[in-house]
Design a protein around this ligand. Structure first.
Ligand code: NAP
Length: 322
């Protein structure tokens, strides 16, 4: 199979971006042989142009987004994060006729509808596998694997930081000690409120719900884990249950309801066994029955693998269209 070259422009080379660069270099020849697409890394946008970055050719680095967005790339990979700058970059990439891959659930939560409409009008794709549950290919499973079935329910643990904190509290730490450990290990942001207050989980659940259900979202309840104490954890243990931060979608009159909240789960619940920074999603399909997706929901390489899978899919469809 002869490989057609797809040039990839990268916005952001932090935790996920640097993993993406490393993974692309490692897998490049296998991807070409297996999928018939040659991926070539173009310019890389960063904030600090002086920082030494492993696996990165300093000549590719730029601090000017225009070098990536108006350059000669075919696909723009957005790994800057945040809403304002990232949104402006993605809009410009779409206007320029570039396919886009993003891991940015905050951007999709804030402006997803508008961006997908703009992409449709420009005839380009937006890949967002990495925006939910990091390395778990849940977006593709819902979009493709379950295309022939009706999803009856979906629930999961979609915020690895909260789950890590609850796991450490089960080991005897207080919430603030567990949070500090999560920050030291790179699982939590310096400002952890998006994780602790359930906002990050709600953003991901909104994306999953829009993939799994046609019905509109008519109600949303969001509670984080801030109020959970060691006493709650001990009380749960004494009652033979565990506390998990559960995100779920249920059908209600007129649409679906989203709920993100701590729940007490019995040992027979598949989500009860999910510990540490892992994520899991349980889906009931009318035909297929129960499916359990479990794995690393964040981190450099797992998330980079999801980003790269989107880039390969786009490169393959470009090859087919050519
Ligand atoms: N980390 C994870 O495990 C994970 C998992 C799933 C999804 N995500 C999503 O992936 C995205 C990236 O996350 P991350 O953890 O990789 O972030 P990060 O480590 O903070 O990296 C951000 C990168 O973007 C660059 N950048 C930020 N603002 C910029 C600006 N205004 N102009 C130019 N460059 C800018 C930074 O440059 P410098 O290097 O010079 O600072 C850095 O290279 C986010 O949307 C996040 O929600 C992350």
């Amino acid at each position: 199979m002869s490989a057609r070259t797809t040039r990839v422009g990268l916005l952001g080379c932090g935790v996920v971006g640097s993993g993406f660069v490393e993974l692309l270099m490692r897998e490049q020849s296998r991807i070409a042989a297996r999928h018939g697409v040659a991926l070539e890394l173009g310019r890389i946008l960063v904030r600090d142009g002086e920082k030494v970055r492993r696996h990165v050719d300093p000549r590719a680095v730029t601090t000017n987004a225009i070098d990536v967005l108006d350059g000669d790339c075919d696909v723009v990979v957005e790994l800057v994060g945040g809403v304002e700058c990232a949104g402006a970059y993605v809009r410009r990439a779409i206007r320029n006729g570039r396919d886009v891959v993003t891991a940015n659930k905050a951007l999709l939560a804030a402006a997803g509808r508008e961006l997908f409409d703009a992409a449709d009008r420009s005839g380009v794709a937006i890949g967002f596998e990495a925006s939910v549950c990091g390395g778990i290919p849940i977006v593709r499973a819902l979009q493709r694997g379950l295309a022939g079935d009706s999803v009856e329910s979906l629930r999961g643990i979609v915020n690895g930081t909260s789950n890590y904190i609850l796991s450490r509290m089960e080991d005897g730490l207080e919430l603030d000690e567990a949070l500090r450990l999560a920050q030291e290990r790179g699982f939590a942001e310096a400002d952890p409120s998006m994780d602790l207050d359930g906002v990050d989980a709600a953003q991901k659940l909104r994306i999953l719900a829009s993939l799994a259900f046609e019905e509109p979202i008519v109600a949303t309840t969001v509670r984080g884990i801030r109020e959970i104490t060691r006493a709650d954890i001990d009380d749960a243990r004494a009652s033979g249950v565990v506390i998990r931060h559960v995100a779920s979608v249920t059908r209600v009159a007129g649409g679906v309801a989203l709920r993100v909240a701590p729940e007490r789960l019995t040992a027979s619940d598949p989500l009860a066994r999910v510990r540490d920074e892992n994520n899991a999603v349980v889906i009931h399909g009318r035909a297929v029955g129960e499916l359990l997706f479990l794995g690393r929901g964040a981190g450099s390489m797992p998330t980079a693998a999801a980003v790269l899978s989107d880039v390969i899919e786009i490169a393959r469809s470009r090859r087919t269209a050519a």
